[in-house]
Design a protein around this ligand. Structure first.
Ligand code: DGP
Length: 114
């Protein structure tokens, strides 16, 4: 069994509130939501973060962002606005070493992020 929690969720080996899934991606509600809508979009395949992407992952990244759009629309925040965030490494606060896009919405957000 993988020690990566997002690999385990993607494999159905750990519980999660999954809002969308297909053969390449899973979208689940963050367990510590920072906004009324806080969904994580992850690839099924283990990729540590954006820096670990290979040239051949270009289409996968496009797909993950398409899923981000889809879940934002489904959650009703597309018109009001939402933010897509990928934290990479320590200074950005990456705490899970499996690529994930946060989809945040449902409230006004400050800029720049803290
Ligand atoms: P980051 O800090 O960018 O690596 O974000 C990781 C996010 O993942 C953080 O907001 C909390 C969330 N998270 C961590 N473990 C789990 C889990 O087991 N289930 C769910 N649903 N979310 C998790």
């Amino acid at each position: 069994m993988s020690s990566c929690i997002f690999c385990r969720i993607a494999a159905g080996e750990a519980p999660a509130d999954v809002v969308y899934q297909d053969d390449r991606a899973v979208a689940l509600r963050d367990r510590h939501p920072r906004a009324p809508v806080h969904i994580l979009v992850i690839p099924r395949r283990h990729i540590a973060n954006l820096l670990a992407l290979l040239d051949e992952d270009e289409a996968l990244v496009g797909h993950l962002l398409g899923v981000a759009n889809r879940v934002a629309r489904d959650a009703g925040v597309a018109e009001s606005g939402f933010r897509v965030v990928a934290n990479v490494n320590r200074d950005a606060g990456q705490s899970v070493d499996h690529l994930h896009f946060h989809v945040l919405g449902g409230r006004p957000m400050g800029w720049p992020p803290g």
